[in-house]
Design a protein. Structure first.
Length: 129
């Protein structure tokens, strides 16, 4: 990947992160987040960071997320972001999974808001009898 592409990804993620909007700082937070259309969101999904927004059209929430590893000053490197586009119909939900966490996105009636909920993944270990 070229240096320009790396810097473009970092600039895009950084610019979306400072938009006025909602933020979920940790997947451990148990409260749902209600977001209005075209409001920037910054989310943590395990060690990954996601920034994005959604638009409403035809009673659906059209979600756009950019997902990438967290940037650290120590590493001085940025991973290439991945764009995720989802259409979530009103009254339904969709889930985005990362290696160490998930987020659920539910579209409210009339696509007037989107409800974002961190999802805790717990492995099941059946005890043999």
């Amino acid at each position: 990947m070229t240096r320009f592409a790396e810097l473009s990804g970092v600039v895009l993620l950084s610019s979306l992160a400072v938009l006025h909007g909602a933020r979920v700082s940790s997947a451990d937070e148990a409260t749902a987040l209600h977001v209005a259309p075209l409001k920037g969101i910054t989310l943590a999904v395990g060690p990954k960071r996601a920034v994005g927004y959604y638009t409403s059209a035809d009673n659906a929430c059209n979600l756009t997320l950019m997902l990438a590893d967290s940037y650290t000053e120590a590493d001085k490197t940025a991973s290439e972001p991945v764009r995720i586009k989802l259409t979530v119909r009103e009254g339904t939900s969709a889930k985005v999974d990362a290696l160490e966490g998930s987020l659920s996105f539910a579209c409210a009636t009339g696509a007037s808001s989107m409800i974002i909920q961190p999802v805790q993944q717990v492995a099941y270990n059946a005890v043999a009898k």
